[in-house]
Design a protein around this ligand. Structure first.
Ligand SMILES: *[C@@H]1O[C@H](CO)[C@@H](O)[C@H](O)[C@H]1NC(C)=O
Ligand SMILES: *[C@@H]1O[C@H](CO)[C@@H](O)[C@H](O)[C@H]1NC(C)=O
Ligand SMILES: *[C@@H]1O[C@H](CO)[C@@H](O)[C@H](O)[C@H]1NC(C)=O
Ligand SMILES: *[C@@H]1O[C@H](CO)[C@@H](O)[C@H](O)[C@H]1NC(C)=O
Ligand SMILES: *[C@@H]1O[C@H](CO)[C@@H](O)[C@H](O)[C@H]1NC(C)=O
Ligand SMILES: *[C@@H]1O[C@H](CO)[C@@H](O)[C@H](O)[C@H]1NC(C)=O
Ligand SMILES: *[C@@H]1O[C@H](CO)[C@@H](O)[C@H](O)[C@H]1NC(C)=O
Ligand SMILES: *[C@@H]1O[C@H](CO)[C@@H](O)[C@H](O)[C@H]1NC(C)=O
Ligand SMILES: *[C@@H]1O[C@H](CO)[C@@H](O)[C@H](O)[C@H]1NC(C)=O
Ligand SMILES: *[C@@H]1O[C@H](CO)[C@@H](O)[C@H](O)[C@H]1NC(C)=O
Ligand SMILES: *[C@@H]1O[C@H](CO)[C@@H](O)[C@H](O)[C@H]1NC(C)=O
Ligand SMILES: *[C@@H]1O[C@H](CO)[C@@H](O)[C@H](O)[C@H]1NC(C)=O
Length: 629
């Protein structure tokens, strides 16, 4: 933010005091804590006993290793519950899983990855998560999948998918239902997508909203940090995803590590993905360095910057991996909205619509316009972080000489599903449930492009020995010709055909089960009805409409979850699983003919399970019939 802007701001508000919200926020703590020292502005905090430092990415952090130790068997009850319900004939789940524990082989380790794709991805992903969540009403009835979420170890999100992950975790891992059916309750103000991000929440005047955006970002700039459009973007997202009253300026992502349920290892570990953009480079190559934000660290295991920085202290002045004795520790850079904004920085351009908003104070719009033009078109999608890897690993780190670390939207290298963190070999993920809400085809449906991108990257060995093997993935034409993008498909079913140990990938592409959820990525406004319909369609995508499309689907998903462990224990496959794999595994067939335009029809006809409209029509018909009889 420049001086002109500050002056304009002061002129507009008639004063120069900044908002003091820190106290208010720390007073209530029903969820992740507002533990930033000075609201949105980073500030000094006492250094912990062990001074923060940058560590090489040669294994998991000690925190993650300890947490995994606790999570290790904590997934047992949920796994038993969901796998028993799937009714795999001839397999005593409880006995089998207990034998895995007893023999030290470990339980199946599940990762769930939620793709990018703006609000469409948030909503479609939310439907998937609600289907997997055993707290969702009806989700533990026969044929349902509630409990998969409780059985998962990792939950990764990218861009629009990161909004879902970040929002749920800052609400103390609440359910999707409690946000969208809050009935005037505490969470009903969240996810109000009919109140566009450009205008802000209904509870604030447009003027106040913009003033708060500018104020918080100004504070950060004044504290000496490099601010970009992503700061505004992250702030505005936070009014929809974190707190509708004030956008939770003091909520940090790292504070989630201290939430009770997470510390007890009773919920999965969230990971958000972004990409590094070396200074002076505009295009994101497929060999880009993929960064992750887990709750303790940010960094990468890629060759470009194989190192991790302690997330809470990421703003401290690290030089070549350490803090000099006289350097203070700085906290508050990892504002949760800024982390989500970084992962979705492609949407910065949405803020360009600001200028057209009615009621936006002219001075503020002009200030924002000025910021935009100062930053320059080619840098609009950038999030600038203080660079904790300054002077570190000079040989490979292309940002070693920059005090600023530029990160961009996690999907800019086309790897739109956040698989990368789940492929770190040290994490030993057995199965990835990959929820794809990408808009690849001209009709805004996925066509496998995200999987192809990750596949090509692994073939080219960009992550070297640190990455698990990734299954072979066919080209997009094959996806469309074989219908692999219109129903769940398993990749890497046969571990012997893989180049090394690696997960089975359950691909869950967005498709029109009950609603045409193929809305445009840059559509920034939705009615409540559209929101519910898209979320409900996402629920149907992963449950195959509560197994009404295939009664065996829950068993087939259970087989995919258990598959790697069957191989480890050299157990035979139950007959159901053999049948499932024949039907759901991609078997190597390729058809590269250019397909006709992809324009799928509705999968569940109106008689489908849980169609309220169908029910109402039926009710109406019965009434009419009764009266006319
Ligand atoms: C949002 O923040 C306000 C003000 O700090 C607080 O009163 C309110 O409880 C918060 N809302 C939620 C949903 O946490
Ligand atoms: C968060 O939810 C857990 C239950 O999962 C509960 O035990 C805990 O008290 C909640 N935390 C806060 C601060 O409300
Ligand atoms: C999980 O491990 C803990 C500690 O080793 C043990 O007390 C507990 O009984 C185990 N739970 C199961 C389901 O095996
Ligand atoms: C969901 O799963 C967890 C872990 O198995 C369990 O503790 C909890 O009671 C379950 N909740 C419901 C509503 O089934
Ligand atoms: C912000 O970063 C850009 C690009 O690295 C640099 O040119 C500029 O001087 C930085 N501004 C501040 C205030 O650090
Ligand atoms: C989490 O709690 C520990 C110990 O209680 C504390 O040292 C640490 O600073 C807390 N971390 C965050 C991010 O609040
Ligand atoms: C990534 O690819 C680009 C373009 O092909 C190449 O110039 C660059 O050296 C590569 N970087 C790494 C780290 O392999
Ligand atoms: C801001 O910029 C846009 C185009 O970039 C322009 O249409 C608009 O008039 C500008 N608004 C102000 C107040 O300068
Ligand atoms: C798949 O998506 C990619 C990326 O948008 C697009 O270039 C390609 O034409 C699509 N192919 C098919 C068959 O849909
Ligand atoms: C492989 O799958 C295709 C359909 O995707 C099917 O036509 C073909 O028969 C299958 N091949 C084998 C060997 O099962
Ligand atoms: C098996 O591996 C080969 C060689 O990598 C590959 O071409 C083929 O598609 C793979 N088959 C399956 C079903 O993944
Ligand atoms: C390949 O897909 C096209 C549809 O695009 C279809 O017409 C053709 O029959 C398929 N070829 C084979 C060998 O199945």
């Amino acid at each position: 933010m420049d001086l002109v802007l500050m002056v304009m701001f002061a002129a507009l508000t008639g004063c120069s005091t900044s908002f003091q919200r820190g106290d208010e926020l720390s007073a209530h703590d029903r969820r992740g804590k507002a533990d930033a020292p000075k609201s949105y502005s980073p500030a000094h905090v006492p250094c912990p006993e062990m001074r923060p430092y940058i560590r090489p990415a040669d294994g998991l952090s000690f925190q993650e290793a300890a947490w995994l130790g606790r999570r290790g068997n904590a997934t047992m009850p949920a796994l038993v519950d969901v796998l028993e319900r799937a009714a795999i004939t001839g397999l005593d789940i409880r006995v089998y899983l207990q034998s895995l524990l007893d023999s030290g082989l470990g339980l199946p380790r599940i990762g769930i990855a939620v793709s990018g794709g703006g609000y469409r991805a948030l909503m479609n992903g939310a439907g998937a998560i609600s289907a997997f969540d055993n707290r969702t009403s009806g989700s533990t009835a026969p044929g349902r999948l509630g409990g998969v979420l409780q059985a998962a170890t990792y939950l990764s999100g990218l861009s629009g998918g990161s909004w879902l992950v970040g929002s749920i975790y800052t609400q103390n891992f609440t359910t999707v239902d409690s946000i969208i059916h809050a009935n005037g309750g505490f969470l009903s103000e969240l996810w109000e997508f009919n109140e566009s991000i450009i205008e802000g929440p209904a509870t604030l005047s447009v003027g106040d909203y913009y003033r708060e955006l500018l104020d918080t970002v100004n504070d950060k700039f004044d504290a000496g940090y490099n601010t970009t459009i992503t700061d505004y973007w992250g702030r505005s997202l936070s009014y929809q995803l974190v707190n509708a009253t004030d956008g939770g300026p003091g909520y940090t992502y790292s504070s989630i590590a201290n939430d009770t349920a997470f510390m007890e290892a009773s919920i999965p570990m969230p990971i958000i993905v972004a990409l590094e953009r070396p200074s002076g480079q505009l295009l994101i190559w497929e060999n880009s360095t993929v960064f992750e934000f887990n709750l303790w660290e940010m960094g990468s295991y890629d060759p470009g910057n194989p190192a991790f920085a302690p997330l809470r202290y990421v703003g401290s002045r690290f030089t070549n991996g350490s803090l000099s004795a006289d350097s203070e520790c700085i906290a508050g850079v990892d504002n949760v909205g800024f982390v989500m904004g970084t992962s979705s920085s492609l949407f910065n351009q949405a803020l360009l619509q600001l200028a057209r908003t009615e009621g936006a104070p002219d001075l503020l719009v002009r200030s924002l316009n000025a910021t935009l033009s100062r930053i320059g078109e080619e840098n609009r999608d950038v999030a600038n972080w203080p660079n904790p890897f300054f002077q570190h690993n000079i040989k490979n780190n292309r940002n070693a000489n920059s005090s600023v670390l530029s990160l961009v939207d996690g999907g800019e290298d086309l790897q739109n599903i956040p698989l990368h963190p789940l492929l770190w070999s040290h994490r030993h993920v057995d199965v990835i449930l990959a929820v794809d809400s990408s808009a690849d085809t001209p009709t805004h449906w996925p066509n496998g492009t995200a999987l192809v991108a990750t596949y090509e990257r692994t073939v080219a060995n960009y992550s070297e020995h640190n990455a698990a093997a990734f299954p072979s993935i066919p080209n997009q034409n094959t996806f469309v010709n074989l219908g692999l993008n219109s129903r769940p498909t398993f990749f890497g079913c046969d571990p012997v055909n893989m180049t090394g140990p690696g997960p089975l990938v359950v691909y869950l592409p967005n498709a029109p089960y009950t609603y045409y959820s193929n809305v445009s990525t840059f559509d920034m406004e939705y009615t409540t009805e559209e929101r519910q319909n898209i979320i409900y369609n996402g629920y149907n995508v992963v449950t195959m409409a509560n197994a009404s499309v295939d009664a065996q689907w829950p068993a087939c998903l259970a087989c995919a979850i258990l598959s790697r462990s069957f191989h480890r224990t050299k157990s035979g496959f139950p007959a159901v699983c053999v049948d499932c794999f024949n039907r759901y595994c991609w078997n190597g067939t390729v058809n590269s003919t250019t397909p006709a335009a992809y324009d799928p029809g509705r999968i569940v006809k109106s008689s489908g399970a849980h169609s309220r409209t169908a029910f109402s029509i039926l009710f109406y018909v019965v009434i009419v019939w009764l009266f006319s009889a």
